[in-house]
Design a protein around this ligand. Sequence first.
Ligand SMILES: Nc1nc2c(c(=O)[nH]1)N[C@H]1C(S)=C(S)[C@@H](COP(=O)(O)OP(=O)(O)OC[C@H]3O[C@@H](n4cnc5c(=O)[nH]c(N)nc54)[C@H](O)[C@@H]3O)O[C@H]1N2
Ligand SMILES: Nc1nc2c(c(=O)[nH]1)N[C@H]1C(S)=C(S)[C@@H](COP(=O)(O)OP(=O)(O)OC[C@H]3O[C@@H](n4cnc5c(=O)[nH]c(N)nc54)[C@H](O)[C@@H]3O)O[C@H]1N2
Ligand code: SF4
Ligand SMILES: [Mo]
Length: 745
Amino acid sequence: MQDAPADRVSYRTCPLCEATCGLEITVRAGRVAKVRGDREDVFSRGYLCPKGAALGELHHDPDRLRSPRIRDGEGFREASWEEAFERVEAGLAPLLGAGNRDALGIYLGNPNVHNLAGGLYVRPLLKALGSRNLFTASTVDQMPKELISGLLFGNPGALPVPDVDRCDFLLMLGANPWESNGSLWTAPDLPGRLRALRERGGRLVVIDPRRTRTAQHADEHHPIRPGTDALWLLALAQVLLEEGRAAPGRLAAFTAGLEATPALLAPYTPEAVAPRCGIDANTTRRLARELAAAGAAAVYGRIGVHAQRFGTLAAWATELLNLLTGNLDRAGGVMFPRAAHARLRAEAPGGRGFRTGRWRSRVRGLPEVRSEFPVATLADEIETPGEGQLRALLTVGGNPVLSTPNGARLDRALGSLEFMVSVDLYLNETTRHAHVILPPPSPLERSHYDLTFYRAAVRHVANYSEAIFPAAGPSEAEILARLALIAAGKGAGADPAAVDDEVLGGFIESEVANPHSPIAGRDPAPIRALLEGETPCDQIVDFLLRTGPYGEGFGVDTEGLSLAALRARPHGVDLGPLGSRLPGLLETRSGKIELLPEAVTRDLERLRAELDAPAPANDLILIGRRDLRSNNSWMHNLPSLMSGRERCTLRMHPQDAGRLELSDGTRVRIRSRVAELEVSLELTDAIAPGVVSLPHGYGHDFAGAQLAVARSHCGVSANHLTEGEMDEPSGNAVLNGVPVTVQAA
Ligand SMILES: Nc1nc2c(c(=O)[nH]1)N[C@H]1C(S)=C(S)[C@@H](COP(=O)(O)OP(=O)(O)OC[C@H]3O[C@@H](n4cnc5c(=O)[nH]c(N)nc54)[C@H](O)[C@@H]3O)O[C@H]1N2
Ligand SMILES: Nc1nc2c(c(=O)[nH]1)N[C@H]1C(S)=C(S)[C@@H](COP(=O)(O)OP(=O)(O)OC[C@H]3O[C@@H](n4cnc5c(=O)[nH]c(N)nc54)[C@H](O)[C@@H]3O)O[C@H]1N2
Ligand code: SF4
Ligand SMILES: [Mo]
């Protein structure tokens, strides 16, 4: 008789959303048998959500691609990696040879910030491509917040996060962490942390057109008219200034523009904005006073306030309030994390500053922000003939057909490309247009350290996860490296180690030249020889940890962090609470917080015009929503996440339904300026009258996609209705606040 195969238990940071939960994964006979929250994880303490629990299902999903696909007529055939890379080289050759690099665009999707390859190998790929046509999911997401950090603090990556565990008063707008698990705010079990905030006597106030699960767990909820958050936040600030309640404290000494702010905000009184926002002036005044009076308070806004018409001003007003109340960079307020892999620097204010508009998009003349163009203009660049027209596209971990505005138009545009390559796990709505699909390993076939989200974490933590299964094909880093070599003209057969050398060598070179680094002035070669890790990505993690703020510094501090130190602690390392970073963190030219950058003062004029103009007479306004068991567009193929009743419904208040003579459960037709869809109606009083909500990421009925489960829960794509309107300064798409009409189907 044979012994039953032994269970193998591994601990792992979940890479699916921003919460970085620790998982305990049991493998039996080569399959994931069980996924639980890791109760010993230093950060998540056993918390997990249904998506993390479905990682095994994702790994074993029969529709997930394990080998390359090459277009063959209308369909695809399986191909070897060699053939696939050769096909990429042949497809790109005519474009690259012609010396017109901008004809080849790239779209980077959200999963790039959830894996090491995206964090480390996208940069050399972009460099090799040399195209200005870079588009990412950031412009359907958080670009306004990054822009404001760039302008105010001189670094678009310096993102203040609510110090939730020490906060007494949290004002939250346009975010629903009960479903999303938090965003640009890494804190596993945010529901638990927010409960704890209230249990210790703190208050949670939620501003959202919907009475979300987060709102149900708040002390107060105020439904706001979509798209008007900037006006309302400015009214709070106006009250603080008018009533002499502004108390920036130590921040005043290194903030430029405070004196000019009261005059700029004078028009935005609670009374003036009330008819627009739908929040009465007394409530606004009271909340402003409570915010000022609270001990440690934080104002936090996320996608509901960023992906809207005045996203940048909403992001600005958020930081303005944190500053005026003295809560910026204060324990319990909003703070700047310092990740274990961060680079050491002078911690003295002043730097090169941050600029946008260094170049402009060809068709609409839109400014670059962080070297990107708004993805809402991607179809323009493909469809508009002329010199510089986009003729080929590379997508890496993105599904813009479902995720970006006017998806039906983009879908047609992608169909017209001369050549398209996708690095993706699935043959889906977007990648069906590719000529070659290159599938990376599954999340369980790669090691992980969270380069992106530890920079937004509410505690300083570090955790490294080993791959659980060996990868069948090349790592994603190798795929990106080989694409970089093809783009650089070195050919499909070139050795990807050249790119590893470039990436790792680049990090080491810059650190030995960094006077604040523990290895300043040392010889790179012996440093490199000391690195641990089986893959180049792991070696880079080792290097970054060792030279980071808690690192062992290649012999400086034997207790310090390294890959080996993290490997010895599979439940992670807690490095303590966040600490004060200002003014040392500031990288503006002046070395001060630049409170009134020109992009803000100019956009205030646009907002002012809006305030003065008559209110638009919209029938209904469309906003989005997320569900705990979704992950943008791409996890709808996992049965455990799709069970239960239909989720892709249009939610509407019964009052609107009565007026339109519509009843619950019926099919309705919803129309925006660009499209019309048929969808089931769900009536609920948990949404403000005049507002309707549809989740994004559905609409899985495209011919040729290989997503059997998703297709049977198809739904419709909210982004067929979004139009491509943008927040002007950031280029972020307006996904919340789209005028629509609804009638019986
Ligand atoms: N379960 C799940 N989790 C996710 C994701 C997912 O798809 N599913 N996606 C991940 C990603 S990529 C991100 S960026 C984050 C996003 O994380 P969150 O920002 O928390 O995202 P949402 O849950 O969409 O919450 C946005 C809220 O804004 C509200 N809203 C809409 N318009 C307005 C408005 O004009 N004003 C105000 N005040 N509120 C408005 C909506 O009703 C909604 O409740 O979630 C991440 N986590
Ligand atoms: N209307 C509306 N639209 C929205 C939003 C909204 O709130 N409302 N939210 C926006 C937000 S916040 C975001 S972040 C975007 C997301 O926009 P995208 O990033 O374009 O879309 P996703 O649905 O996240 O698609 C991810 C793709 O990556 C693939 N993938 C998954 N893991 C990996 C991996 O490890 N490597 C590679 N190479 N590929 C992988 C998946 O198969 C899928 O094709 O959507 C945005 N769109
Ligand atoms: S909350 Fe996010 S990180 Fe945690 S288990 Fe769910 S998907 Fe994974
Ligand atoms: Mo996102």
